[in-house]
Design a protein around this ligand. Structure first.
Ligand SMILES: Cc1cc2nc3c(=O)[nH]c(=O)nc-3n(C[C@H](O)[C@H](O)[C@H](O)COP(=O)(O)O)c2cc1C
Length: 357
């Protein structure tokens, strides 16, 4: 049963599930698999060393899916920033019409993409930034709660508050990002006013995600407590998988007398983090993961995952509809008794005998 939300209508997708941009993960294999599964797959522009490489990757993705897919363009502070304008131009020239933007000072790039008729999903972690993006003319906000993987911002507001604030104060549609892995989450996001969800970590743990099997298994084995926040001291807080290197980085960050970033820099090197995905050694460098790792227990194909989320969300919504009775009708079941969780009769208990329970 296709969903009918502002997101599905605007993007021409079946299930309101977006795969967010992921550095060193968001290649054509993953984006096309998500789009083929009925969600929106997104290529990550900066995983490609040059704009010309992005052009080739877009072409490769086109041979792997006939469905719509997007491109993420992330603007982060760098000593030598990439030529964002050139990446945006390739996106436009290649006929991509859905772009996820994220990061600092996105104004010029959003202007460039909007002038070419692109639909923009802008990701941010505060309502203030969301309101600024609305003024820039973005079509959708992607509201990234404190649970999320990667750049969590400096205000630590979780999605229960952030999404309702978005509903109360934004005049444009928004999707919920951070902490989503299943259809119950999608149903909850829709109830809070979102028109879809964005997932990163959950899509890392799929058959088609082009990363080493050991890392997918590390996610399955992990609990929701297995992430670390690093670089808070420099107001560039990132949520990472709590491996040996991330823990060491946090220790140095807390104990450093000088407060110089150079002390921690070798530990948070992006180059070593990238190797993790290739060599499968989860402790080789730091890598990004969200608290949602505690909800991930298997490694399905993207199609299985998206269909499962669709099914679970529909079931959850039907289930909650059964929790109230019409005017003049009597509740079914005896008043004053407490039994099993009737709101969740089909509950599947994951991980019996494993670390998660
Ligand atoms: C490995 C990894 C790399 C990521 N890289 C980027 C990135 O380059 N740009 C970006 O906007 N978001 C990036 N993200 C964030 C995701 O797009 C998404 O917003 C986030 O994962 C949502 O939280 P979740 O992991 O709880 O689903 C990354 C996430 C992961 C897990």
């Amino acid at each position: 049963m296709p969903f009918n939300t502002e997101l599905t209508r605007a993007l021409g997708i079946k299930v309101p599930v977006v795969q967010g941009g992921m550095q060193w993960v968001g290649y054509a294999e993953l984006a096309s698999a998500v789009s083929n599964g009925g969600g929106l797959g997104i290529l990550t522009a900066l995983t490609q060393p040059t704009p010309e490489d992005l052009r080739k990757e877009i072409g490769r993705c086109r041979t792997m899916t006939k469905n719509p897919f997007g491109v993420n363009l992330t603007l982060l502070p760098a000593l030598v920033p990439p030529d964002y304008g050139a990446y945006a131009q390739v996106i436009i020239d290649e006929g991509i019409r859905i772009v996820e933007t994220a990061g600092n000072s996105p104004g010029p790039v959003i202007k460039q993409l909007k002038a070419a008729g692109c639909t923009i999903l802008h990701k941010c972690t505060t309502i203030r930034h969301a309101q600024s993006a609305v003024k820039l003319g973005v079509d959708f906000l992607s509201i990234d709660g404190f649970e999320c993987a990667g750049h969590v911002g400096e205000h630590d507001i979780t999605n229960f508050i952030l999404l309702s604030r978005a509903r109360q104060s934004l005049g444009v549609p928004f999707i919920a990002s951070g902490g989503f892995a299943d259809g119950q989450g999608l149903a909850a996001a829709l109830a809070l006013g979102a028109c879809g969800i964005n997932m990163g970590t959950r899509f890392m743990c799929t058959v088609e995600a082009p990363i080493h099997q050991n890392i997918k298994q590390a996610i399955v084995d992990a609990q929701e407590t297995d992430t670390e926040l690093v670089l808070r001291r420099w107001r560039n807080t990132s949520r990472l998988f709590a491996n040996k290197v991330a823990k060491e980085a946090v220790k140095i960050e807390k104990e450093s007398q000088t407060g110089k970033f150079e002390e921690v820099a070798p530990y948070v090197s992006g180059k070593r983090g990238r190797q993790v995905f290739l060599n499968g050694d989860k402790d080789f460098g730091v890598w990004t993961a969200g608290q949602v790792i505690g909800l991930i227990h298997d490694i399905p194909t993207c199609e299985e995952l998206v269909s499962r989320i669709e099914r679970e969300a529909i079931d959850a919504m039907k289930q909650t509809q059964g929790l109230f009775v019409g005017e003049g009708q009597q509740p079914v079941g005896a008043i004053g008794t407490v039994g099993k969780n009737t709101n969740n009769p089909g509950a599947e208990v994951w991980g019996v005998g494993k670390s998660k329970l």
